[in-house]
Design a protein around this ligand. Structure first.
Ligand SMILES: [Zn+2]
Ligand SMILES: [Zn+2]
Length: 170
């Protein structure tokens, strides 16, 4: 589903570049050629995952950042490319350590560069858990905890930077 928004181009929630429609496994997604983020309209992420094995990693491999602007997150809230409303952090599958951005109004999902790969790896790890011995499970949990810590740290950094920039302006 695409083109329902007539108010102009869909913009990247991360770097504000216009998104480009591109077809992956028969699904039209909106990609940012600048920062390599990908926008999924409602249900498209699930459709892509169900399309074929490793579809997420294949998609990720096809969408590479142009490398021009820095990957720095702006201070402004991330806006949904369709509704132009601030999005909410969206925890993938509730149990993973992967935080995407979701729009509560249109149920679209934004994945930053690299996040699709994280999802695929997480799913793989989870399926391997079933067969894993207890030591492996513990290691995997430690890995997940560590990853979560890094993600939290990254988000905390953004908050600190915001505060710092505000102070500099004063
Ligand atoms: Zn972008
Ligand atoms: Zn939306």
């Amino acid at each position: 589903m695409h083109g329902t928004d007539d108010q102009g181009a869909r913009l990247c929630p991360n770097c504000r570049s216009p998104l480009k429609a591109e077809t992956f496994e028969g699904i039209e997604l909106d990609i940012c050629e600048t920062c390599a983020g990908i926008w999924f309209d409602m249900g498209e992420l699930r459709r892509l995952m169900g399309s074929e094995q490793h579809a997420l990693i294949k998609t990720e491999d096809r969408v590479k950042p142009s490398g021009k602007p820095p990957m720095e997150r702006s201070d402004a809230p991330r806006l949904c490319p369709c509704c132009r409303q601030p999005m909410e952090p969206y925890r993938y599958m509730h149990a993973s350590f992967i935080w995407l951005d979701g729009c509560q109004r249109c149920s679209g999902i934004w994945a930053d560069d690299g996040e699709l790969q994280l999802i695929e790896e997480w799913l793989l790890n989870r399926s391997q858990r079933v067969a894993a011995c207890p030591e492996d499970l513990a290691a995997l949990d430690a890995y997940a905890t560590e990853h979560q810590r890094l993600m939290d740290q990254k988000r905390a950094m953004v908050e600190v930077m915001k505060w710092w920039k505000m102070r500099v302006r004063m």
